[in-house]
Write a protein that binds this ligand. Sequence first.
Ligand SMILES: Cc1cc2nc3c(=O)[nH]c(=O)nc-3n(C[C@H](O)[C@H](O)[C@H](O)COP(=O)(O)O)c2cc1C
Length: 180
Amino acid sequence: MEFQQVIDTRQSVRSFNGKQVSEDVLREMVSAASAAPSWKNTQTSRYYCVFNPEKVNEFRETVLPEFNQNSTKGATAYVVTTYRKNISGFNKATGEADNEVGNGWGAYDLGLHDMLLCAKAVELGVDTLIMGLRDADVVADFCKIPEDEQVMSIIAVGYRTDSVTQKPPRKSVDDIAKFI
Ligand SMILES: Cc1cc2nc3c(=O)[nH]c(=O)nc-3n(C[C@H](O)[C@H](O)[C@H](O)COP(=O)(O)O)c2cc1C
């Protein structure tokens, strides 16, 4: 698949058909994510892949607000994305932040990883919905996430139905970039 086609095809899907996503597909997505760059190659991104059907339903109902539950009813996996705190963007010897961004760099790295994960999903014919609205404490408890990790997004994974709408319009290049 051409890279431009991956860009054009990826969109947030909020209507999934219930077809099971395999562990192999999830592994390929995480493997693609791991190829992303990170601050001093610190690789602090972590993934918790919930795909056992019984666990998936329980996960959906306990960690997501109602509208995100409804959007992902037919999704058959959820990938919790986290990063290990106070490493990316921090001086290893002193433990001090290297600059004003602090743990923002861990979040930045995770975003780069997550984008590759979602792009790989497109190549594999799988759809995703990144969700920032979730109960982080319940997620951490459900997946037994250590306290030194920051829970960020949950990415629903599944196969789209035919009723998926157009992706929303974007600002123009001139709206978002200055060429100096
Ligand atoms: C960090 C982040 C958090 C998001 N949280 C939610 C969410 O909780 N629920 C939802 O339906 N969509 C969520 N989205 C999806 C955005 O609404 C979507 O990416 C945006 O409208 C652009 O549409 P597109 O992904 O189809 O291009 C989130 C996206 C990002 C990047």
